[in-house]
Design a protein around this ligand. Sequence first.
Ligand code: SF4
Ligand code: SF4
Length: 219
Amino acid sequence: MNDQVKVACNDCKGCTKCCENMEDTIILDPYDIWQLTHKLKISGGGRVNFDILVSEDGPLELGMHDGVILPHMKMVATEDENVGVCSFLGSNGRCSIHFCRPGMCRLYPLGRIFEDGEGDKVSLGYFILNEELGCPIEDTSYTSVDSWLGYGDKEKYQDYLIKWRNVRRALREAGEDMDMDVLEDILLDMLGHFFAHEYGEDFFAEFDNLYESWTSGGN
Ligand code: SF4
Ligand code: SF4
């Protein structure tokens, strides 16, 4: 994650391309939900929780992503019938949750790949999205992937990403030969286990425990 990438555009300069018409492609993971539930408040001052986030009036929706039910950003209609924008895009054209925006938004315009090595070794690789999907700003400068993401606990985050990838892959593979009703129950169970869990302050330690119980079949 210390790789240097030429992406830092300094200022989006009125552009909202990556917050518009993204359909269901901005997918969130449990760490994203933890960020939102710990940093956003509902009117009245209480904490946001997963059920509120994915409720009918909430900013997220559930959808099937590569064989797994996961939350994604909801796009909302605008005056321009051709444009739907992320629920969190402010009327000033800025992200209203910049401080706790999801990992996919932090990563953009980079994509991430998991490279399996020997044994259970996995490394992460990054690439710049192509012209169609990527950022139109040309005046960029170099930064490290770590700085670009802006998360502390780099090693823990990377370890978490790999474990989360393992969960998704295991569910996808298990679902290939499974009756849809049975699979749906398992996927909803997974949502309750990893997303609706009320995490405390130490997300990574709690996720490790949940991962352990999930992989040992004790969820
Ligand atoms: S596409 Fe690039 S310039 Fe436009 S909002 Fe996204 S990051 Fe900013
Ligand atoms: S969360 Fe923020 S950065 Fe991400 S799509 Fe929505 S408005 Fe854009």
